[in-house]
Design a protein. Sequence first.
Length: 430
Amino acid sequence: MSAFSAAHLASLGLLLLAAPLARAQATEPEKSPEPPIVQLSEEGYIFSTADKAFVLKIRGQLQGDGRFYVADSDRSGTNTFLIRRLRPFLDGTLFGFVDFRLMPDFGVNQPLIQDAYIDLRPVEWLRLRAGRFKTPFGLELLQANTDVPFIERSLTFDLVPIRDAGLQLHGDIAGGRLAYAFAVVNGDPDGASIDVNTDDSFDLVARVFAQPFKGDTDSALQGLGLGVAVSRGLQFGTPSTNTSTTVLVPQRSTGQEIIFSFLNNGTIGPTVVADGEHVRLSPQGHFYWGPVGLLAEYVLSSQEVSVGDQRARLTHHAWQAYASYVLGGDASFTGPKPHQPFNPKTGKGGALELSVRYQGLDMDDDAFPLFADPTRSVSQARGFGVATLFAFNRRVRVALNYHHTTYVGGAVEGDREAENVVMSRFQVAF
């Protein structure tokens, strides 16, 4: 056989062998994509693709409160039951690196949007947030309202910015041992959230928080965290009965009564407005070790104000410290963690958290009487509170609090009557 014939035969053999293989490949069905994952757990309803590149979480919280004033004849508040918060919200991820949150609130019959933001996170240590979000400043503020040991936050809440719209660069470094946040926001008054910018100025906010022993299970200091937050901006208001226009809002007690307000008579009489630089400073820290929890923070707020031709820089101070102890669980910044969830059949499980808090608020003495009425606004508040909270599990809790607050000033003669308030809460969050 010639070499030419041998080559042809070899080629023919290869074709005969390849033909059935090609037919098999042609008839083999394409591999179908993996089905989406649907989960229902204490984290809510979760829908995701198999690779977690697209995730949607449907979550919510409901807080039913009772608020009862004891022996306070001069109070403005009423004994009442109320829906303090009713928040359905959506958390999600797109393309594996874009997170978002949309959270409305229907509590106390005042529907509004609390959170609405997008997070771009190419890496954990570098995230860019845009939209409306909690201003990265107050330590207790950054603790979720479902996790705080007390039903209402402390008097430091009166001097911190709450939620604002803007841009925030933030992230966690070294596994969360160092967290940072830098934000450019419209600029909120103390103790308030305002959606729009009324004066063309912006606030700069910076916060760093270190937990150097985080993740070290052998160290008793793994729950230690220390940080500091600062903010600076220019805020300018105009006389109006609308606090979003004056850029100054009232301060409230733990029982949510107004205890300090600037003179505000619209266009008829003297109205105090923000008129210049606004600076805040807050050193803060917490410590958790087994069943023991400690948290403390101090807030200084310095604001330039004016009324007519009179100007002043007023500096206010607030502080708080609380300690908690958990029976049947561990204390943490995200609330008590029961060793085992409550079992209604056996009556065992769950965790009981006992907490005490001391707090104070000092308004600048120079505010009186030109910028605030000393017969209606207090210059000082001091208070203590005790709280019991039973966590059936991580998501269902009941709580009972008592708060006593004394005042300096704020009455036609002498001091405003002390506030004594009992509060209760039933909470479901998932």
